[in-house]
Design a protein around this ligand. Structure first.
Ligand code: NZQ
Ligand code: ZN
Length: 385
């Protein structure tokens, strides 16, 4: 096991009817900016509940944070906070709203060009405003981690940042808030969480017994829970399990002391930036192809994954690896997510621009061995055709 530090200061308040607890979680004297996305927070009543819970505090609102939050939109929120001298941020929504809020939290006290926060992936963040979240979409883990991803449409860039200063102080996880999610977003959430676990687990053996067993337990739980979450949208326990699995998938716990990959995410970000494909869908395209191309360097973990997650015990090593990859692909497809580039109307001529963007963003040595070069990324994308 590698050396590690584990730090996670986010308080999780989990369960039904927990939004009212905002009153004790947000300082009584806070002047709050509530940030949200499009219509969903209004139509499902969450925003009204949040306003009621905040009582007499000074509150302002900032709506319109889009999926794959845009730098320009977030910059307007930064200006509002600075101008109105607000001192607490509250995100109400999914990963995009929470990521956007993290960026605003870091950008408000930042001196200089705030785009450099993304260019330096958050390394230059030295302070951030306090913020919390009310989660409405289980998927990203943003509610209990310190990372975010921001898109700048004008230059077709989607860049990630991370900083010890950008953990939410608290996150309210009420599974009933997910009842209104359309099937597409549930499917996206299941696949995103699945790939988060894989990025931290399916690398090479590092004698990290409990991290492996946690990861395998989370993967098995997702395989059980995902289809149920689609079939029974109002089943509380199913949604509660999905919500907690997605949080645990990316709150640092299973990634402590183990090698991590993240190349599927980095290639996926370019697909979203260039073609607007939903984040989770890009992962469903890239991951099976990546496992196929990199099966030699991931051999031992692929065999462990086959046996412990999919109970594949028959056949040669190669056959078991083949089966593990095809079961993974079939799981994504069963969730309603296509896994090949042509399913998204993309053909071979889409590959060169993706490789060029990876190069422009310095994504030339990805993966747990840093051996996912541009050439390997190209082979992965060709395998997804
Ligand atoms: O905009 P509204 O109307 O609110 O609709 C949203 C949005 O269209 C809707 N929605 C959210 N909660 C709802 C709801 N609709 C009905 N009922 C509800 N309760 O869902 C749509 C998608 O929302 P979004 O926040 O974009 O989805 P998600 O949570 O999947 O977040 C995706 C973003 O997170 C980033 C992705 O790159 C992407 O930008 N990620 C963040 C990570 C992190 N911070 O650690 C890690 C991930 O790998 C990921 O990269
Ligand atoms: Zn993701």
């Amino acid at each position: 096991m590698n050396n590690f530090e584990f730090y996670n200061p986010t308080r999780i308040v989990f369960g039904t009817d927990t939004t009212a607890k905002l009153d004790t979680l947000v300082p009584a004297s806070a002047q709050v900016l509530i940030l949200f996305g499009g219509a969903s927070a209004k139509t499902n009543g969450t925003l009204a509940e949040v306003r009621t819970a905040l009582g007499n505090r000074v509150i302002q609102e900032f709506g319109g944070i889009e999926p794959n939050p845009s730098y320009d939109t977030l910059t307007r929120a930064v200006e509002q906070v600075r101008k109105e001298k607000l001192d607490f941020l509250l995100a109400v929504g999914g990963g995009s709203v929470i990521d956007g809020t993290k960026f605003v939290a870091a950008a408000v006290p930042f001196e200089g060009d705030t785009w450099s926060i993304l260019e330096q992936h958050g390394r230059n963040i030295t302070a951030a405003m306090p913020f919390g979240s009310v989660l409405t979409l289980p998927a990203t883990g943003s509610e209990m981690n310190s990372g975010g991803v921001v898109t700048r449409p004008a230059i077709r860039a989607k860049l990630a940042f991370q900083s010890p200063h950008t953990y939410p102080q608290f996150s309210i996880l009420d599974p009933t808030k997910t009842f209104t999610l359309p099937p597409r977003q549930i499917a996206n959430g299941v696949v995103d969480a699945f790939v988060h676990i894989i990025e931290q687990y399916l690398t090479y053996p590092s004698q990290a017994q409990v991290q492996d067993r946690f990861a395998e337990g989370l993967l098995q739980s997702l395989i059980e829970t995902g289809p149920k979450a689609l079939a029974n949208p109002r089943d509380y326990d199913t949604r509660a399990n999905l919500m907690w699995i997605a949080t645990l998938a990316l709150n640092g716990l299973i990634g402590a002391g183990v090698p991590q990959d993240w190349s599927t995410h980095m290639i996926g970000h370019e697909l979203t930036a260039l073609h607007g494909i939903d984040h989770a869908r890009t992962l469903a395209i890239v991951l099976p192809a990546s496992l196929q191309v990199r099966r030699e360097s991931k051999r031992e973990k692929l065999l462990q994954y086959a046996e412990r997650v999919w109970q594949i015990r028959e056949g040669s090593d190669e056959q078991r690896i083949d089966q593990a990859i095809s079961r993974t692909r079939a799981f994504f497809q069963d969730m309603g997510i296509p896994t090949q580039l042509p399913d998204y109307d993309l053909a071979a001529d889409a590959i060169d621009p993706i490789i060029a963007q990876l190069e422009a963003h310095g994504m030339t040595q990805l993966g747990e061995h840093r051996d996912v070069t541009l050439e390997t990324s190209r082979r992965i994308l060709e395998t997804a055709l």
